[in-house]
Design a protein around this ligand. Structure first.
Ligand code: PSU
Ligand code: MN
Length: 302
């Protein structure tokens, strides 16, 4: 193996004992939330995975070593450090080769999870087709990764900063199962409703685990997107957010924000413009996703 890898002690134990593991991403820490809430959230997410019967494995590249499971100090480092690379499929190997440090997006976390034999991953929201993609061609590499890499990703749908109808169309074209959990509608991250029906619906972790295993046995590549609605008490209505999102997007356009900077810029502006309310919702939905992912990981192990 040419890939330098490091497993945290608890992940190494779980692998040795064959107990359930849930992968977690690091970009949500470094680029998705402000300090110190990002580190506090990362710790609470890990605790939630443990409380629900699985071992958390936060994935990142540190000085050219692919880490599967981070120590408390390492989590803190991703929360504080400026200038950490944001890694997707295109740049993960280069970061390892150059001995650099980078946080993994959904796409890169799926790749790391699969290398480590982990089949379930919890995050907040996935990247998707950005509004205006017909001009910018800005379509997240997360979508293609879901079509290629056999990891079930639990997210709260896709953010309203994205073009949701186009995101669902691309996922369908790529053959990615999009499964709403416990409701018929596709959830929209900060709100439970998007106005669009989800292509598929499931109501139990067992069903979700079975579907992934059946895909594998059918020889189908790729994972599944589980769209888990945000808890009722943490929702922000689409009406309240729409003008804020529009403002953030127009500022990004005016300031020439492009490529990898778009998503972190929009998340940061929406946090400011909602006086932190968007962050509280974001934390609540990530914890909710961690809980469901742990249950799916337990079901997959049966
Ligand atoms: N959703 C969040 N917070 C985040 C992200 C998504 O709620 O921080 C991150 C994820 O790591 C995701 C990435 O993979 O943004 C997508 O970035 P892009 O749009 O540049 O592909
Ligand atoms: Mn992009």
């Amino acid at each position: 193996m040419t890939i330098p890898m490091n497993f945290s002690p608890e992940v190494a134990d779980a692998r040795a004992n064959g107990t359930p593991i849930v992968a977690l991403e690091s970009t949500i820490i470094s680029h998705g939330m402000p300090y110190p809430q990002n580190v506090e959230t990362a710790r609470r997410v890990e605790a939630t995975v443990r409380e629900n019967g699985a071992t958390p494995a936060t994935i990142a590249v540190i000085n050219g070593v692919l880490h599967i499971g981070l120590s408390d100090d390492e989590l803190e480092g991703f929360g504080q450090a400026e200038g950490i690379l944001k890694l997707s499929r295109a740049d993960m190997a280069a970061c390892i080769a150059s001995g650099k440090t980078g946080a993994t997006t959904v796409a890169a976390t799926m790749i790391g999870a699969h290398l480590a034999g982990i089949g379930v991953f919890a995050t907040g929201g996935i990247g998707g087709v950005h509004k205006g993609a017909e001009e910018t061609f800005d379509i997240s590499a997360d979508l293609r990764e879901l079509a290629e890499t056999p990891v079930t990703v639990v997210a709260a749908g896709a953010k309203a900063i994205l073009d949701l109808p186009k995101t669902l169309e691309v996922l369908e074209t790529l053959g990615v199962p999009v499964i709403a959990f416990g409701q018929d509608e596709f959830p929209a991250f900060w709100s439970r409703s998007s106005g669009m029906a989800a292509p598929l619906r499931m109501d139990t972790a067992d069903e979700i685990a079975r579907a992934q295993l059946i895909r594998r046995d059918m020889g189908l590549p790729g994972g599944q997107l589980i769209a888990n609605p945000i808890p009722h008490d943490a929702e922000i209505s689409a009406d309240e957010l729409a003008p804020i999102i529009a403002q953030a997007i127009s500022e990004a356009d005016n300031q020439g924000i492009g490529a990898k900077s778009v998503t972190p810029f929009l998340l940061g502006r929406i946090f400011e413009l909602t006086n932190g309310k968007s962050l509280e919702s974001n934390i609540s939905l990530v914890l909710n996703n961690a809980k469901l992912a742990a249950k799916i990981a337990v079901a997959m192990g049966k």
